[in-house]
Design a protein around this ligand. Structure first.
Ligand SMILES: Cc1cc2nc3c(=O)[nH]c(=O)nc-3n(C[C@H](O)[C@H](O)[C@H](O)COP(=O)(O)OP(=O)(O)OC[C@H]3O[C@@H](n4cnc5c(N)ncnc54)[C@H](O)[C@@H]3O)c2cc1C
Length: 571
């Protein structure tokens, strides 16, 4: 979903808005039902959940979006053989645009579950439709149309937090500067907002939020909805990084009902990678967010449900049914026959006393286009000597920043892949300071003004800087398992296989039916490919476990947690 100088709607209009011929319409007809709309009637309203994919059989429909002056801009006009919809329709989420009949319209409505059936049964047509839905979302992301409007200053920590949240979730949005945008000034006056209360967010449905949390914003724009408390899923996956998304793709495509939960966004750590160059099949590299967005859409195409952002706070066994229950931070519950722990790892923080006072605005744990824009033509400090640090340094330098890398070791070669070391050496605007560690941060009102670092010799240096990037490793996200009885190693990673009990499947934890994959698993290889591989591998174990428990449904619930059981056969 990288931005391009020439808008996607111009470069790829034919793929974005393909025509279905008569034969193709007959092929998709069995997946939908015909409805009629009067001249002037709304087929879709921005902010409201639409009926699904809409194929026009007769008549004409205008797709429009609200502009900042309160009017409407025409995106495209659809006629017979064309279809309306974008990714929101595939997942049953609120529409991002308006669609209005310009004359009496007859249309075929294909609901989200039938659309997924179409993708599977009609692969070639499904590919064209899926590509169009993705490109239309890319087009909306480029203009920010259809999403919420944030009013605030780009360098403000809360603006950065909200923008980063929406970008990471592939949701369009616009940012208006309260000093320079007339529309921003009008909104501030209309809602009587004091400058100290900024940022505000205007949602497509018209609701105004004052400096909202991510959860509040997500619910307002319809990214996440309530979870059905009576539904029992075959598998609940905690974490939508590469491991969790791979599980979702393979499990859902093999017919299991899957719910994926993530407390932040899809993509996990991989989504923060400026460029992944060692993932099989992408010889020119790919940004982490682009790779993960593909996986996220693919999982939904096969019917995996997403609850993002939704944080899991606890895991236990429900009752005599033996089902597992995940407790969510907002009091909701998820009931499931099996669980895959794919909660990965989170960045490690620097041991400097006043770090938290600069974390909103000046200290960054990702190097995405948002941060690059903030740091353009400035000197920044970057701490870390692993591959993630190397990627970030190269990316920021490529975007015009002068990067001072502060590393503890004598050289980068011991901890970083050779290709990155070579690239850093060839960059004139990356300086590597070895055998040094950050010793202090200085600044005011949440904004960093200078960084101090100390060499092994004891000498301390200081440099005025506005931005500090930290890539100093990660710790497992296993706090939410506290009290569950799932065994962890001394560093907090989840034990699986032989380490969890003699008869366990290699990816199974001390609880039967609860599996752990990816970075959160003790002894795992901390790479995207390894996480994806384990995500695929665990699905065979899930099938065996579910078949076994179905055949033995009288099994007492406590025995799931404590009693040694028969070895699990892989399919
Ligand atoms: C900047 C950076 C660059 C990298 N570059 C590369 C590279 O080029 N090549 C490579 O092979 N590897 C790279 N890696 C490593 C790679 O990204 C990880 O190995 C991989 O992402 C691990 O995947 P995962 O799914 O196991 O966990 P993660 O990616 O950590 O995903 C875990 C997910 O679980 C969610 N979560 C955690 N706790 C909860 C909870 N309680 N409730 C709900 N959700 C929860 C998190 O929000 C997160 O989205 C990089 C890592 C970073 C940080």
């Amino acid at each position: 979903m990288a931005l391009s100088p020439q808008p996607t709607i111009e470069r790829r209009r034919d793929q974005m808005f393909p025509d279905l011929d008569r034969v193709e319409i007959e092929r998709v007809r069995r997946f939908g039902e015909v409805r009629c709309f009067a001249d002037g009637e709304a087929l879709l309203t921005a902010g409201q959940i639409g009926p699904g994919l809409i194929v026009i059989l007769a008549g004409r429909v205008d797709i429009t979006q609200h502009n900042q002056s309160g009017g409407r801009d025409l995106i495209v006009s659809h006629g017979p053989g064309q279809f309306m919809g974008e990714l929101a329709q595939m997942a049953g989420r609120p529409a991002l645009v308006d669609a209005t009949a310009q004359e009496p319209v007859q249309a075929l409505i294909i609901q989200p579950d039938r659309l997924r059936a179409l993708f599977v049964a009609e692969a070639d047509l499904g590919e064209r439709i899926m590509r169009a839905l993705i490109l239309r979302r890319v087009g909306l992301l480029e203009t920010g149309a259809g999403g919420p409007i944030i009013v605030g200053w780009a360098e403000n920590g809360d603006v950065l937090r909200l923008e980063s949240f929406l970008s990471r979730n592939g949701h369009p949005h616009q940012l208006l500067n309260p000093d320079t945008d007339a529309e921003a000034k009008a909104l501030i006056e209309r809602f009587h907002v004091d400058p100290g209360q900024l940022p505000i967010v205007l949602c497509p449905g018209g609701q105004l939020l004052r400096n909202p949390g991510e959860d509040e914003l997500a619910r307002c724009v319809g990214l996440v909805g309530p979870i059905d408390p009576d539904r029992v899923y075959d598998v609940a996956v905690v974490g939508a990084g590469p491991a969790g998304l791979a599980t979702a793709v393979y499990a859902a495509s093999e017919g299991l009902s899957v719910l994926v939960l993530d407390c932040r966004s899809f993509g996990g750590q991989a989504g923060a990678s400026a460029r992944i160059e060692n993932y099989l099949g992408f010889p020119t590299g790919i940004t982490g967010i682009a790779l993960m967005a593909r996986a996220y859409n693919q999982a939904q195409k096969f019917g995996a449900e997403m609850a993002i952002p939704d944080e899991v706070n606890g895991l236990n066994v429900a009752d005599e049914s033996g089902h597992f229950v995940l407790q969510l931070h907002d009091g909701e519950r998820v009931t499931t026959r099996s669980v895959v722990i794919a909660s990965g790892a989170r960045y490690r923080r620097l041991g400097v006393t006043n770090l938290d006072s600069f974390e909103a605005s000046s200290v960054h744990y990702w190097a995405s286009p948002l941060e690059a824009k903030l740091c353009a033509n400035q000197e920044v400090a970057l701490v870390g000597a692993g591959n993630s640090a190397g990627q970030a340094a190269v990316y920021l330098a490529g975007q015009g920043a002068k990067v001072k890398m502060i590393v503890r070791g004598a050289d980068l070669g011991a901890t970083m892949s050779r290709y990155l070391v070579d690239r850093i050496e060839s960059h004139a605007n990356i300086e590597v300071v070895t055998r040094a560690a950050v010793s202090g941060l200085e600044g005011r009102d949440g904004f960093l003004e200078a960084v101090r670092w100390r060499h092994v010799t004891g000498e301390e240096l200081r440099q005025p800087l506005r931005h500090l990037f930290l890539f100093i490793g990660a710790e497992p996200n296993t706090n939410w398992l506290a009290g569950s009885g799932i065994a962890l190693d001394p560093k907090g990673f989840v034990l699986t296989g032989e380490d969890a009990g003699g008869d366990r499947h290699p990816l199974e934890t001390t609880w039967r039916g609860v599996f752990a994959i990816g970075d959160v698993r003790a002894k795992s290889i901390k790479r995207v490919a390894a996480a994806v591989g384990e995500g695929a591998q665990v699905v065979a174990a899930l099938h065996s476990f579910l078949a076994e428990t179905a055949a033995n449904s009288a099994m007492a619930p406590n025995s799931l947690a404590t009693t040694p059981s028969a070895p699990i056969q892989s399919r």
